[in-house]
Design a protein around this ligand. Structure first.
Ligand code: GRF
Length: 207
């Protein structure tokens, strides 16, 4: 069983999709051993508790500087002895030491088709605002491994979602979640946990 830690910042609907998929047996070989939030009032922590998954909060705000936070964060993460780390709407930059220690074992979900609408400043609702501003007709979601860049790691899976006339950022966000994120992320975790993906020359190969 792959010891899996999920990092969250907010509502935790992606976390819920993972929990549901594990409980329903759609994701196998995975044990959810912990949830880490940078926000103590995140609904995601409640969702974890409801399913008996240990949760904890660690926020950069409680540390003097980023370096101290990064050290403490890595320590708390290591205490779970994870095999896989899933960033499910986690708004904190992953410390370089963590990326190094868990190379190609950290997965992130991003609510657009990377390399469009990603990078610095593109998070949460802002992504969908920019999509609507630009007037693209297709958006979607991407699951990728995390490297030192911002949304730059090897892409595991992508799914397209149509933008519709009259969409607001909130409506579009919900559609991207329902039609792409909640499906794609559990699938990618299942693929990882069952050795169906590997990284070759910076690209993901599905076996
Ligand atoms: C999702 O759209 C995720 O892709 C983005 O932030 C949102 C988090 O939603 N990075 P939730 O907390 O999983 O409900």
């Amino acid at each position: 069983m792959l010891r899996t830690v999920v990092c969250v910042s907010g509502g935790g609907t992606n976390l819920q999709a993972i929990i549901d998929a594990v409980e329903a047996g759609r994701v196998t070989n995975v044990e959810l051993v912990g949830v880490i939030s940078n926000n103590k009032s995140a609904k995601a922590l409640e969702r974890a508790a409801n399913h008996g998954i240990p949760g904890l909060c660690i926020s950069p705000k409680d540390y003097e500087d980023r370096e101290q936070f990064n050290e403490a964060f890595l320590e708390k993460l290591n205490a779970f002895a994870p095999d896989l780390i899933v960033l499910a709407g986690f708004l904190v930059k992953i410390p370089p030491a963590m990326v190094k220690e868990y190379g190609n074992r950290i997965i992130n979900i991003h609510p657009s088709l990377i390399p469009s609408f990603c990078g610095v400043g593109y998070y949460g609702l802002k992504v969908h605002e920019k999509v609507l501003e630009r007037g693209v007709k297709v958006t979607g979601a991407t699951v990728h491994f995390v490297n030192d860049g911002m949304d730059e790691g090897p892409i595991i899976a992508q799914k397209a979602v149509c933008v519709e006339e009259g969409d607001t950022p909130e409506i579009l966000q919900r559609r991207v979640m329902e039609q792409a994120e909640w499906i794609l992320l559990p699938q990618a975790i299942d693929d990882f946990a069952n050795n169906r993906i590997r990284v070759v020359d910076g690209k993901v190969i599905h076996k």
